[in-house]
Ligand binder design. Sequence first.
Ligand code: 6R9
Length: 647
Amino acid sequence: MSETVIGIPQSFADAKINAERYADMYARSINEPDAFWADEAKRLDWYKEPTKISDVSFAKDDLHIRWFEDGELNVSYNCIDRHLPERAGKVALIWEGDNPAFHHSITYAQLHNHVCRFANELKKIGVKKGDRVTLYMPMIPEAAYAMLACTRIGAVHSVVFGGFSPDALAGRINDCQSEFVVTADQGVRGNKGVPLKANVDKALEQAPDVKAVLCIRHTGAQVPWVEGRDFWHHDLALEVDAKCEPEPMKAEDPLFILYTSGSTGKPKGVLHTTGGYLVWASMTHEYTFDHREDDVFWCTADVGWVTGHTYIVYGPLANGATSLMYEGVPTWPGPDRCWRIVAKHKVTTIYTAPTAIRALMREGDEPVSKHDRSSLRLLGSVGEPINPEAWRWYHEVVGDKRCPIVDTWWQTETGGHLITPLPGAHELKPGSASFPMFGVQPALVDTEGNLLPDEGAQEGNLVLLGSWPGQMRTVYGDHQRFVETYFSTYENMYFTGDGARRDADGYWWITGRVDDVLNVSGHRLGTAEIESALVAHELVAEAAVVGYPHDLKGQGIYCYVTLVAGLEPTEETEKTLKAHVRQEIGPVATPDVIQFSPGLPKTRSGKIMRRILRKIAEGEYDKLGDISTLADPGVVEDLIEGHKIST
Ligand code: 6R9
């Protein structure tokens, strides 16, 4: 059977980047990188234009990554002020509430007013340049105001996903010694309230250094209140004026911290800096989505994830675009909600995750086809490999075969897209992330770290050979961890943690994580985090967590648990442990399956053999490989007997 290849539609014949231009620009970005990036930096307004373009070493003992080092700029100025002469009345943000009756638009002039006021409120509660401010927010415009207000005064934001538990929030507040929290009384998703302020109060029992909490009244719910520490946004707004000069920042000054899961230990505070990140956000938003002035761009991610940072807030606003922010869930009040939004706001570009596409696909074609989608011109996918079935449905049903799909591969660590098709430059192969973005040098290595030939079909672990401006600069407060996590597996290369193959035509296909990181509904979770939550429970002696294929979520969470001696598992125990993990980390981490087992497969030196646990969870009993090195091979039979999912 010949492989499906989908050509470039006529509507993209005049795209900003066509095949020839891509080839020229890519070659220049690799052969004359400093000249290429000096030009791309011109997309931003600088107080001081950079003359030192890059200074990078991936060597383990001298790791440093600096871009545009002597340049000075301000992010909020670039996302707002500089657009005012031409776009003051243009819509910057369209907000669509959870309740479809609630929606409004914010122009660039209004955004300027909101952000300046917000910045002055932050100053008023004591925030200074360089301070870390934790944002625990629902999907409301104030989330964007708060982010931009931090950048305006040079504070460093750390957005914590509103679905995380008080414990997880406290851990993130303490890790970056953040003394300020911005939140709302409640969030709303699918007509249900999310008790954000109450969660903050619980978190602060374990985060005593927080001095002030700025709270937005969103639903009007009653919330706990600590006089002197807590401030209402609407009260402070009355006390401050709407003039706030942006603070000139050095290109390498910290911009934000975003926590993400790795294969070991606690989540890491990924640090991005000012100049390089914004160049990358702006450039990738423009080229990948072939951005045009009258686009209505809808990225469905939450601002608590990197996709929301780069493609709801910074990329689109840096480019003077109209960005849609949706508060709710894809299927409330009905299965057609997304398509209703597309028709209502004449969305031109949707950028969403395969897990959402699969969930919507289940609802059938009718909810889609009954709405006018003629405004759509481009579709995007992010977060996990997209299965060909979902790809085709997205292309044929949602996009009426007219709209190309950009399957964008990247990570929290990379700031923005690294491998993606450009809609006017590349023919598409369903499931392939296609080609590297400008300046990106992907390569494959075998498990010993040998580079595989850069021609012909190859498969291996995905590494990146050089830096790009949007790359993370360090793990906040733990540079050694940055070195060890990304630059120690293979010498002089950034290791992505993903496996990939490149086909004979040079198309890249991401095959998924090769480390102990799970991708559950597009959310990154470390197996170690879930294990440590489980063993923290008094009933649990030992736990091992692996992923298994899940129709909707991509991967599900499969936990093997050994209870403390003498306890017999009951349904109640299972429920208790699921609720416990949910409470410790958040609903996204709720185990799908808990299998109780008296023992786990271990080597004689006591190392749990996850390879075997993964195969059992997948139901692939005949592919367990060599089990002779196990201390007690009999454990395996018990585990197979207890396997919980029908295959
Ligand atoms: C942006 C984001 C990163 C991990 C990454 C990979 C997976 C993301 C993908 C994809 C296949 C794509 N991933 N996009 N896999 N195709 N288009 O998702 O960041 O939350 O840090 O996750 O997600 O495994 O390593 P993050």
